[in-house]
Design a protein around this ligand. Structure first.
Ligand code: AMP
Length: 248
């Protein structure tokens, strides 16, 4: 079985994003960029499935600027076999990403497509669901555990009330949650090896996908500064304060 893994280049999760002075977006100049953390988990899961003998090949895909190559090289250094960069300087929205991934899935015929549950850049949490719909295949989102057996995959999903277990017929789309695994660090020899693994360069036009935005950003602003809290002496005072707020 082949696994397709979608990896997005985003602002590193340790960096506090700065809003541009003119409110048109987030400042990306001289900011450290990395693989979206949930996508690292997706790459790790694909590698673990291959190590268990459930997958034969892992193909990593990124849609983004030329520099997204670095993100793909990271996926290759972790253990992916080859990579596809769909290069565009445009800000690509989830629907266009899903359409491109669908076209790649048509070509590659993966048994499983792994994505992160959300990209920490836009926090959309949409691409996996849209892709499953476009492919007409089952989806298991927010995966906490993934088990491939024969022609199905069992996914434990993190839902509000706890865990939900679903069994999907392959090919299927699975999106990863935080507790699925702890991604490995790429070793130096593997980083060196990754430089010679195949990486093909494409464009959205190669897949017939129009990446023109459907959404218009009106304004980007910093969240309001949090008010300082107050310390209460005891539970009685706390209860009195909550009652005074009228929420208890
Ligand atoms: P989102 O729906 O934007 O929150 O993204 C969910 C997941 O879709 C991410 O964790 C990635 O696995 C995948 N994805 C989104 N955008 C891209 C992109 N430009 N390139 C590759 N994968 C992407």
């Amino acid at each position: 079985m082949k696994i397709l893994v979608a990896v997005k280049r985003v602002i590193d999760y340790n960096v506090k994003p700065r809003v541009k002075a003119d409110g048109t977006g987030v400042d990306l100049a001289n900011v450290k960029m990395s693989m979206n953390p949930f996508d690292e988990i997706a790459v790790e899961e694909a590698i673990r499935l291959r190590e268990k003998g459930k997958a034969a090949e892992i193909v990593a895909v990124s849609i983004g600027p030329a520099k997204a190559q670095e993100t793909l090289r990271t996926a290759l250094a972790m253990g992916a076999d080859r990579a596809i960069l769909v290069e565009t300087e445009d800000e690509v929205e989830p629907l266009a990403v899903a359409k491109i991934l669908k076209a790649i899935a048509d070509e590659e015929q993966p048994g499983l497509v792994l994505l992160g549950k959300q990209a920490i850049s836009d926090d959309s949490n949409q691409t996996g669901q849209m892709l499953a719909a476009l492919m007409g295949r089952p989806q298991g989102t927010f995966a906490n555990a993934v088990e491939v057996e024969g022609d199905s995959v069992t996914v434990k999903r993190e839902v509000d009330g706890g865990l939900e277990t679903v069994k999907l017929t392959l090919p299927a789309v699975v999106t990863t949650d935080l507790r699925l695994n702890e991604p490995r660090y790429a070793s130096l020899p593997n980083i060196m090896k990754a430089k010679s693994k195949p990486l093909s360069a494409k464009t959205p036009a190669d897949y017939g996908v129009d990446t023109a935005p459907r959404l218009k950003t009106l304004k980007v602003s910093e969240p309001p500064v949090r008010q300082a809290g107050v310390k209460v002496a005891d539970v009685d005072e706390l209860v009195a304060k909550i009652k005074a707020l009228g929420i208890a």
